[in-house]
Design a protein around this ligand. Structure first.
Ligand code: AMP
Length: 465
């Protein structure tokens, strides 16, 4: 079944003799955006070539496989999904042949009307190969009555709603498009005269590309031998960039949403958190890695020494990948271990980016107290309570599983057994991002900026279950 559950990374290169190698490196830099599977599709001007598998980028691709991806242009995709949606047929890029030739697609984000559009297409005889919402876009392109591919893509994208940062590849062109809300990031760079389009600038950095600009919300960018052409294809809506990209998802060394530094935002959120929930303590420690910039900001503002009191084993995936509660309980221990010398007899402030179900925080507090020997454990969360699931491309569990959707902070504190627990306020968060009204913060305030079709939200909530 199709699940509204996808976090992903995309990268594409046009006009470079090593297009697929650069795309591979770009995917490597974007591995944090998806660890379930990855793929690259290249064009040698005569046809498309594709290689994809389940697993991590470094394990999937080797010299032999990259050699099977010839040509001067390529697009790649990292996929993240939970159990149920996991299978090779859902790994992107997806490819389709139709009257205008072959086209490949790589999609980051989530459509909110995919279920309805898919049902209509199926009722009219369409046969789907995967359970991803991205395939709906390919069908709409194939079915469009417009003559040229650009017009067909523009037409298809008018019929879907939700979040999409997209890359398409044909024999002769690479095309990028972004939904009119600009939910997920997408930037353009240049290297050796070639064009690069990527989810985050950390992918540009690794391949030595210079940032040029973002793909604008509602814009389609066509890159071909005649250079880059821009087409505004979707009517302007209010921007709704995902605020959670700053909190957790994007890499801190990336610049997203009109080149805003993720690290700078995260650190200033940590300072704000300290102003909002000051506490007398001996040491501030982050939950690595995502809590690090915020913990540094917190320690600076609170004038409490910062140190790495939890050490992370970097050779396992994020605990969230584990589909079962029982494995996740174990996962925290596999991933993190306290440094006793730093924590013993201390009043410890632990900074993490978010609490979802509460499982991680509970384990961490116990670990810091019991194994670490801390006398007090104060949990500080550098985001507001997560009360609403994301339907626009961040993997979140059902509303019922989000501990803050049904419990007040004091109840959560008791559950995680911390001496104190504070979250960042929604106002504090919004005060520190540029143009605060340009963001979607539905996970923190239940205000969903992209309308759902009739029964859309109920349907999506059911599909998360
Ligand atoms: P939980 O144990 O369910 O409360 O999960 C909280 C932990 O998951 C925090 O340490 C976060 O860094 C991390 N986290 C939050 N959101 C996500 C997400 N969408 N994907 C993966 N990990 C996440």
């Amino acid at each position: 079944m199709y699940r509204p559950h996808e976090e992903c990374g995309v990268v594409g290169v046009y006009g470079h003799s090593e297009a697929s190698n650069l795309t591979y490196l770009g995917l490597y830099a974007l591995q944090h955006r998806g660890q379930e599977g990855a793929g690259i599709c290249s064009s040698d001007g005569r046809g498309l070539h594709i290689e994809k598998s389940m697993g991590l980028v470094a394990d999937i691709f080797n010299e032999r496989r990259l050699k099977r991806l010839p040509g001067h242009s390529a697009i790649g995709h990292n996929r993240y999904s939970t159990a149920g949606g996991s299978s090779l047929k859902n790994v992107q890029p997806l490819m389709a042949n139709f009257t205008l030739g072959t086209v490949a697609i790589a999609h980051n984000g989530n459509l909110v009307n995919a279920h309805q559009v898919r049902a209509e297409l199926e009722a009219n005889g369409a046969i789907f190969q995967s359970s991803t919402d991205s395939e709906v876009i390919l069908h709409l392109i194939a079915k469009s009555r417009h003559t040229g591919l650009h017009e067909r893509i523009a037409d298809a994208l008018k019929h879907v709603s939700g979040a999409f940062s997209l890359l398409f590849l044909t024999d002769s062109e690479m095309i990028a498009a972004r939904d009119s809300f600009g939910v997920r990031p997408l930037c353009i760079g240049r290297v050796d005269g070639a064009y690069v389009v990527a989810s985050e600038t950390c992918a540009l950095d690794l391949i030595g590309a210079q940032y040029v600009r973002d793909v604008e919300p509602g814009e389609m960018v066509v890159i071909s031998s005649s250079g880059l052409r821009s087409f505004p294809i979707l009517n302007g809506s209010k921007n709704a960039h995902c605020i959670f990209e700053y909190i957790y998802f994007a890499r801190p060394d990336s610049y997203i949403f009109n080149h805003t530094c993720v690290n700078t935002v995260r650190r200033s959120l940590g300072r704000q958190l300290a102003r909002e929930s000051m506490i007398d303590a001996d040491i501030v420690i982050p939950v690595p890695d995502s809590g690090v910039p915020a913990a540094i900001g917190f320690a600076e503002e609170a004038k409490i020494p910062f140190d790495f009191g939890l050490i992370r084993n970097h050779y396992i995936g994020r605990t969230f990948i584990e589909p079962k509660q029982s494995i996740r309980h174990f996962g925290v221990k596999i991933k993190l271990n306290p440094v006793r010398d730093l924590l013993k007899g201390k009043r410890v402030v632990v900074v993490d980016d978010s609490i979802v179900r509460g499982t991680t925080s509970k384990k961490i507090v116990k670990m810091i107290r019991e194994t670490g020997g801390a006398t007090e454990v104060h949990m500080r969360i550098c985001s507001p309570p997560t009360i609403g699931p994301c339907f626009y491309g961040i993997d979140t569990p059902t509303r019922q599983e989000l501990i803050a959707s049904s419990h007040i902070t004091e109840e959560i504190r008791r559950y995680i057994t911390a001496d104190s627990l504070s979250y960042l306020s929604v106002e504090g968060l919004k005060s520190l991002v540029p143009n605060p009204s340009d963001y979607c913060s539905a996970c923190f305030d239940n205000k969903y900026p992209i309308e759902f079709p009739e029964k859309g939200i109920e349907q999506m909530e059911l599909m998360l279950a």
